[in-house]
Structure formats: structure tokens, C-alpha cells
Design a protein around this ligand. Sequence first.
Ligand SMILES: [Zn+2]
Length: 271
Amino acid sequence: MPELPEVETTVRGLARYLDGARIARVEQRRADLRRPFPDGLVQVLTGATVSGMGRRAKYGLVHLDRGQTMVFHLGMSGRWRIEPEELGAHDHLVLETEAGHRLSLCDPRRFGSVDLVDSAELETWPRFAAMGPEPLGDALTAAHLKSALAGRSAAIKLMLLDQRIVAGLGNIYVCEALFRAGIDPRKAAGRVSTAALARLVPAIKAVLGEAIEAGGSTLRDYAQPDGQLGYFSKQFDVYDRTGQPCSVCGAPVQRLAQGGRSTWFCARCQK
Ligand SMILES: [Zn+2]
């Protein structure tokens, strides 16, 4: 599943072809992904110029000069193909720029989505309105976490996966950030000390930043936006490393289930 670093990498890769470009031709090859493509998508995109690109949580943003933004989510298996030699059954939305570049949104399992949102109303769009701060932005601070987590008895691991606390953090990066900050994932969120939260914030930014640097990371093969299939080869400290020695102390990495998902951690390093 594409995580925030893959989405960021995708947006940066797409921007090389799309940012500032005029979209000359659009082909919508089916009616829906996870939900229907928006009414009028082809008409809105055709002839529009891309005035900027961005990301919010795990959503990619393509701002148009017509005052609307195309918001895409890659779901479980989505990716953008750059200059595909031929289109297949899973290429659902194809954009061609005036400069002749062809970009295709390919999504075999169709858990992804495409929406059109008024650019001026993005912050209040229902899927964004309740989201917490971007993990890589200045608004994610120890003070924000202290107040958002105050009095919460749920485990810190689970609270960090809550998009209202921090936007766009997935299982991999929560496990890695908690390890790096030396925080026990089972600890009640409201009981994590201010000093530990002050370690956690830079740990979150670092694990995400390193993954973006590495071109993103994922467990399954995933096409980089230059159209080449490949695995991102990011090494994790604890994620999916059950029984392997902790990189700091050598104790075996442990796995436990929290909220129906696996957590990996070092019981000796994380208190
Ligand atoms: Zn350890």
C-alpha cells in the first residue's frame, strides 16, 4: 500500500511532467474506482493548465487554473505510469499534456479515488476538514501532541495512526518513529512524557524524510513515477523484523497485535 513517502515521491515525479503544463487530452476509461469519478471530470481537465501540485496526508493534489483541484488517492495498488508504451485493463484515467507527455492512473484493485474540489475550499473538504497537521509541516510539534493526547488512555501507537492527531502516518512509520524515539508502543498516549514527545516529533519527520529520500518504501512492487517498476529498498529498524536483533541493543525485535494490526518494537529500548 502506498504510504505518505510514496505519495510524496509520486507527486514530485508527476510534477516534472504536469506542473505548469496544459492538459490537451483526457481519457476516462471506466466510470469508477473506489467511488465514481466526478461528474464532468473530463471536461474540467481538458484544456486546463496545472497551476501547482501538492500533497495532503496520502492524497495527491493537482491544482488547475480553473479554480478546481483534482485530488487523487492511490488506495492499495494505485500508481501513475509515465509515458506507458501501451494501455492495459488497469489504466483508468489517462492525461496527455500539450507537450505530448502521457500519464496514466493505473489501479488494479481500484481502492483509489479521484475527486474534484474547489481549490479555495480544500481545507474544509470533508475528507480533509478533521485531519490533524501534516507530519512534515511546522504545525506538528510536541506541544500539539501534548494537547491532542492529553488524558487519552489509548496506546500511543494507535493514537498516532489516528488521522485527526497526525495526518497521513501509516503503520510502518509509526513503528519506526516510536522505536527511534524510544517510546513503548503500548504506553497510554496521555502518559507519554513531554521529553519523549519532544523526541518523537523529530523522529517522525526523520523516518518520513529518509523514506522520501530513498524514493519511498513499500512491501510490494510499486512503480516509481518515471514508469519503471521496482521495489523501494528502504531498510527498517523494527518493521516486519520479528526475532531479528535490535540494531541498537541486539535484543530480538518483538511483534504484537494492536487494533488488529501488527506492531514491531524493541522491549529493551522502548520504555
Ligand atoms: Zn533494542
